[in-house]
Design a protein around this ligand. Structure first.
Ligand code: IPM
Ligand code: SF4
Length: 466
């Protein structure tokens, strides 16, 4: 038998029935629900008189539509309150565990899954959210699903899926000081394009990936969907096992040891075949930011915006449009661009390690007077851990607002918007037109780069910050 990829190994272990033409019915080990798509799935189930097949494998938490204002409750953002109570009612009706506001386990669904040990190596997991790919960093087969797939999975604990093609992105070399997994991810998308992964499952491998901490791997995998791929995966290793050990829903004691023994088999065989292989020289990656309205509009901080006059055909129009929306000149240095807002948060960069990296730059500095800057921890547990270390005080002393856990300004589904034409440096994953509010302008960056921009008042290289 030919060698198998990591993805194949997890897939094969979950096939309930082969359906032909590459399709199979797969067992789904975990299902996560959030207030936007999850509340809708549960309402659909109720309306159709369906029962949840295995409520113990389903977990819910409000994140998108809840306010992150200090002292908030579920009704602080009134339009979102309806979704919050629908999620609560649905969870209660079907006997699903809900991590509610103020409780350990509440937070952005993709932060909570790994943090609580709900997502584990070798498992299959779905969630009605495109950034479910984040969880592949633990060596799990994870998929963002649509509403009918979500209902199917709730009702049957299975999903009918077509095996994707395989793509391996091999990253070699040590990241330079000041360069993070976020910069690497943006660099990769900038290089390959936002549709490079369509139809593929991505595996990240190589010495750079092996050297990344698990939380940094989560950041990298989070951006896989911005490459067009539904899932990204990293082979679990000693770092993964150490990360998982002791988490609330992870196996404990002898069960954990037995699980680790099985998890050690979860890697692509040396002779596994990939449909596409890409090599990335990670040692040359610089701190990277986006200039335009797609994550593929990524450039090194010391580079210039593109010039449509030097591009051909449709590409030129798209560049001109993006520059116009962003209020930027063609062929101009991106560094020095003045900034109005800074948002540190989202399922990309709101874990404890991200907040530590941000605090390291913020310590002893001040947010520029014209800038408004927020730090939104990814989960209740992240918030508590950060406060126990005094990070909230570092941020407050530097002039940042310290907020409650949730998606916050990432997609503005909770009314927290960047004002029209204001420019925001954001640690999130999407800079689409109107993403952070109508006419809002978003530059994606790492937490350290976002703090550097907040302090300088303009986009700048964190490595040269005064
Ligand atoms: C609202 C939700 C379904 C959506 C997603 O699928 O990703 C959101 O989380 C996003 O980041 O755009
Ligand atoms: S933080 Fe942003 S990207 Fe992540 S799930 Fe929430 S809205 Fe989507």
């Amino acid at each position: 038998m030919a060698g198998r990829t990591l993805f194949d190994k997890i897939w094969d272990a979950h096939v309930v029935r082969e359906l032909g033409d590459g399709w199979a019915l797969l067992h789904i080990d975990r299902h996560l629900l959030h207030d936007l798509s999850g509340s809708a799935s549960l309402a659909d189930m109720a309306e159709r008189g369906l029962a949840v097949h295995d409520p113990d494998l389903v977990f819910a938490t409000p994140d998108h539509a809840v306010s992150t204002r200090p002292g908030r409750d579920g009704m602080t953002y009134v339009p979102g309150g309806r979704l919050w109570s629908a999620l609560r009612q649905g969870a209660q009706r079907f006997g699903i565990r809900l991590f509610d506001l103020g409780e350990s386990g509440q937070g952005i669904v993709h932060v909570v899954g790994p943090e609580q040990g709900i997502v584990l190596p070798g498992l299959t997991m779905v969630c009605g959210d495109s950034h479910t790919c984040t969880n592949g960093a633990l060596g799990a087969l994870v998929l963002g699903v649509g509403s009918s797939e979500s209902t199917h999975a709730l009702a049957t604990q299975t999903l009918r899926l077509q095996r994707p093609r395989h793509m391996r992105i091999r990253c070699e070399g040590a990241l330079a000081p000041g360069v993070t997994a976020k910069d690497l991810a943006l660099h990769i998308i900038g290089l390959l394009g936002a549709d490079a992964g369509v139809g593929h499952a991505v595996e990240y491998a190589g010495s750079t990936i092996e050297a990344l901490e698990v939380e940094a791997r989560l950041t990298l995998c989070n951006l896989t969907v911005e490459l067009g791929a539904r899932s990204g995966v990293i082979a679990p290793d000693e770092r993964t096992f150490a990360y998982v050990q002791g988490r609330r829903f992870a196996p404990q004691g002898a069960d954990f040891e037995a699980a680790v023994a099985a998890w050690r088999e979860l890697h692509s065989d040396p002779d596994a075949r990939f449909d596409r292989e890409v090599q990335i020289d990670a040692g040359t990656v610089a701190p990277t930011v986006t200039w335009g309205t797609s994550p593929e509009h990524a450039i090194a901080i010391d580079a210039r915006t593109p010039d449509p006059r030097q591009a051909a055909g449709q590409g030129a129009d798209a560049i001109a449009q993006a520059l116009d929306y962003m209020g930027l000149a063609a062929g101009a240095p991106i560094a020095g661009t003045p900034v109005d807002w800074v948002f540190i948060g989202s399922c990309t960069n709101s874990r404890l390690s991200d907040l530590r990296a941000a605090a390291d730059i913020a310590r002893g500095r001040r947010v520029a007077p014209q800038v408004r800057a927020w730090v939104v921890p990814g989960s209740e547990d992240v918030k508590r851990a950060a406060e126990a270390e005094g990070l909230h005080e570092v941020f407050a002393a530097a002039g940042f607002e310290w907020r409650e856990p949730g998606c916050g300004m990432c997609v503005a589904a909770n009314g927290e918007q960047v004002p029209p034409k204001a420019r925001c440096v954001s640690t999130s994953n999407r800079n689409f037109v109107g993403r952070q509010g109508p006419q809002a302008r978003t530059h994606l960056a790492s937490p350290a780069m976002a703090v550097a921009a907040a302090v300088a008042g303009h986009l700048c290289d964190v490595r040269t910050l005064a």
